[in-house]
Ligand binder design. Structure first.
Ligand code: SF4
Length: 144
């Protein structure tokens, strides 16, 4: 049995409201990166957590601490979500930090099937970020 944790991008989950439906759906269907497991091996999702946001110049320690929410529970594999794979400028640094701190845990880059090329995904995410969204500043200024 593979005990699996999934790490997602805060921009996708917190900012853009992704509930990880595609990641979890393809885990159940054993598609995308989950195709790599032997067909007879049961997959058990132990936990899912989003990254702690920008690591700053202070390095990845903040990230490693965050991922303890998974690593403390006998995880065999941590999958970096497709959104991390496509969007995160720190993904290789994060991967290296986890491999150093948790040599017994395998790190896999990716989760669900890639429904579009990464550059198109990035372009469409940029369009979402660029949408006009009103907030408290607009309310204070009477522009809501
Ligand atoms: S550090 Fe990477 S994974 Fe975390 S919010 Fe930023 S882009 Fe997403």
């Amino acid at each position: 049995m593979a005990r699996i944790g999934i790490l997602t991008c805060s921009n996708a989950t917190q900012e853009l409201g992704c509930a990880s439906v595609s990641c979890l759906g393809d885990l159940r269907k054993r598609k995308g990166a989950f195709e790599l497991y032997p067909a007879a091996e049961p997959l058990e999702l132990i936990g899912i957590i989003n990254c702690p946001g920008c690591p700053t110049l202070a390095g990845p320690e903040k990230f490693v601490k965050r991922v303890r929410a998974l690593t403390e529970f006998r995880i065999d594999v941590i999958h970096f979500s497709f959104c991390i794979k496509a969007l995160c400028p720190f993904k290789e640094e994060y991967k290296k930090a986890l491999e150093t701190h948790f040599p017994d845990i395998k790190i896999v880059m990716g989760t669900h099937r890639e429904h579009m090329p990464e550059d198109e995904f990035r372009r469409r995410v940029a369009a979402l970020f660029g949408q006009e969204k009103k907030g408290m500043t607009d309310l204070i200024l009477g522009k809501d």
